[in-house]
Design a binder for this molecule. Structure first.
Ligand SMILES: [Zn+2]
Length: 92
């Protein structure tokens, strides 16, 4: 039986919009310094072979990114406010 998790690891090679096999644009390596030494991360960027489709995908990704950042900022603001409330209660 194939789990959905195992399948999802292959999804990145197919376009999320049109389902075409994505092509490799570039790969690059990033060195990360960790406590146990330097570990090398390999990044792979793939694009849709359909230029128009890729443009739409990029727009969607950008919109998602902006939305995520807005949500993250709002969440951080809430946490900051909560912390301020807690510390003001403790001070009394
Ligand atoms: Zn596509």
């Amino acid at each position: 039986m194939i789990t959905s998790q195992a399948q999802s690891t292959y999804n990145f090679t197919n376009c999320t919009r049109c389902g075409k096999k994505r092509v490799f644009l570039k790969t690059w390596k990033e060195e990360l310094e960790t406590y146990s030494g330097v570990s090398v991360l390999t990044h792979t960027e793939t694009i849709c072979p359909d230029k128009d489709c890729q443009k739409i995908v990029e727009k969607e990704l950008e919109a998602k990114r902006v939305k995520n950042e807005t949500m993250k900022a709002e969440r951080e603001e809430r946490v900051m406010k909560q912390r301020a409330q807690i510390s003001s209660k403790k001070a009394k």
